[in-house]
Design a binder for this molecule. Structure first.
Ligand code: NDP
Length: 469
């Protein structure tokens, strides 16, 4: 929650923050998942991998770089970790500047206005508050029914490893799995992903498969339709993973230096004694049930971010929701968070950015006959001299078919997808139409201009490959 926003309104504000170490013993500082074990170190490691690609391209552009180049994990890790630590410090200073009392305590509810904080040394502090915001987020899941599961690491550990994880198996096929496997492959490690069913559940599946197609061509091995059964530590120190191929029903095995679980995240609600405050959770997901104003079943207790039922698990939505809550509570505002059309990007080696509905969702909501899908395979200019394969560089825009064709969703795979999608997200939030988009002029030569130039519909069956300059 934006505790600073609440404090700026002159209220007395305290924030309790406490990191329970991962099962592997990794711990970190103030700022939550995004800063310490999520978006920030992930993006920096993704960038590390992109630099490796740029070095290879550079030769064709005349740079005399002796190839192959080697990457040193420890140097990267130290640089990333020291940046994260500077952010921890920055957050602490900001809290102090805004007169927020920071307490490194683990909180549990005693009743609906009372929280008990406990320090690492076991000292207890009782706090009472008029309003309470729960924003404890989530932590990676471990499949405890799988023997040897604890021999694996999770995204809580990968960014804090001092030494290279070596040959790695990432289990799972969503954001976290694909992004981590992507940068591990990119820094030159033998990396595999184990996919139980489909990649990027919840995303447009045509786009998701283009992402995994690209990863496969980039060097990531993908074990499709496989589930892990057991992990054993061998005398060599390596981890032997035994898994079942769900299609052939055959058991297979291979050894790895590191196994990383990326099978989803569980909300951190179990230890909060929410029942003592009367805060209701969804027993199936463990997430806190909230209303449109972020209020829980108890009127002065709010829940924001990954642990709130039905909310996107994305940092910027939680930050915005917290700010708006502070303004409603103390600033005479009535503005509610609008969770529609939140843009996001998967930072795989070839990035995938999107906003709005997937093609499947649009078909389900409006019917196939009522939507028009514009699409294009394009080649980023920078790929030409570098002789990079652009097979998966693809744009898809899902529109209503009638009238000016309101844009329902935009999907972009290519370099800098986050930067490309962010601007278009404004248009989609403002109900932009295909007609309006086509009337804007692209910036030449960019990848984003191919969004403005989309003109081939899927329905036409015409070749959507962009050929002209
Ligand atoms: P998700 O819950 O989205 O996905 C879990 C994945 O693990 C699925 O592929 C699932 O497969 C698989 N899985 C689950 N259990 C098993 C099992 N026992 N064996 C094998 N595979 C299994 O998890 P993530 O941790 O990737 O992401 C959590 C959230 O974090 C996301 O919802 C996202 O919003 C957020 N996030 C956002 C990022 C960004 O903005 N760039 C980056 C990273 C995370 P199946 O489909 O078969 O169930």
């Amino acid at each position: 929650m934006r505790v600073d926003a609440a404090a700026q309104s002159g209220r007395k504000v305290a924030v309790l923050d406490f990191v329970e170490p991962s099962p592997q013993g990794t711990r970190w500082g103030l700022g939550g998942t995004c800063v310490n074990v999520g978006c920030i170190p992930k993006k920096l490691m993704h960038h590390t991998a992109l630099l490796g690609g740029a070095i290879k391209d550079a030769k064709n552009y005349g740079w005399d770089i002796p190839l192959p180049v080697h990457h040193d994990w420890s140097t990267m890790a130290q640089a990333v970790q020291s940046h994260v630590k500077s952010l921890n410090w920055g957050h602490l200073v900001q809290l102090q500047d805004r007169k927020v009392k920071y307490m490194n305590l683990k909180g549990v509810f005693l009743d609906k206005h009372t929280v008990q904080g406990e320090s690492k040394q076991g000292e207890k502090t009782i706090l009472t508050a008029e309003n309470i915001v729960i924003a404890t987020g989530g932590r990676p899941k471990y499949p405890l029914d799988i023997p040897g599961a604890k021999l694996g690491i999770s995204s809580d550990d990968i960014f804090w490893l001092q030494d290279s994880p070596g040959k790695t198996l990432v289990i799972g096929a969503s954001y976290v799995a694909l992004e981590c496997a992507g940068f591990l492959t990119g820094v030159g490690l033998d990396t595999s992903i184990m996919v139980r069913s489909i990649p990027l559940r919840g995303f447009d599946q045509q786009m998701a498969h283009l992402v995994t197609d690209h990863m496969a061509s980039y060097g990531t091995r993908i074990f499709w339709k496989c589930i892990p059964i057991k992990i054993e530590k061998l005398d060599s120190g390596k981890l032997q993973v035994i898994w079942k191929n769900l299609e052939s029903n055959v058991e297979e095995r291979e050894s790895f230096d590191t196994v990383m679980w990326a099978i989803g995240r569980a909300p951190e609600t179990g230890d909060l004694c929410l029942d003592k405050a009367g805060v209701q959770i969804n027993p199936e997901t463990g997430k806190i049930i909230v209303g449109a104003n972020e209020e829980t079943s108890v009127s002065h207790i709010y829940a924001i971010g990954d642990l709130a039922e039905g909310r996107p698990e994305l940092t910027p939505t939680a930050i915005k929701a917290g700010k708006l809550l502070a303004h409603r509570l103390f600033g005479n505002s009535t503005e509610l968070m609008n969770y529609d059309n939140v843009a996001t990007t998967v930072f795989t080696p070839l990035e995938y950015g999107c906003v709005g509905l997937s093609e499947e969702e649009a078909v389900q909501q409006y019917g196939e006959d009522n939507i028009e899908v514009y699409h294009a395979y394009y080649k980023p200019l920078e790929f030409t001299i570098a002789e990079r394969d652009a097979t998966q560089c693809y744009i898809k825009m899902v529109c209503l078919r009638e009238g000016d064709q309101r844009i329902l969703g935009l999907h972009f795979i290519g370099p800098n997808a986050g930067e490309v999608i962010q601007g278009f997200a404004l248009g989609i939030k403002c109900n932009a139409t295909y007609t309006q988009l086509s009337s804007t002029i692209g910036i030449h030569p960019t990848c984003a201009e191919d969004v403005n130039k989309l003109n081939i519909t899927k329905r036409s069956g015409l070749d959507p490959t962009v050929t002209a300059c």
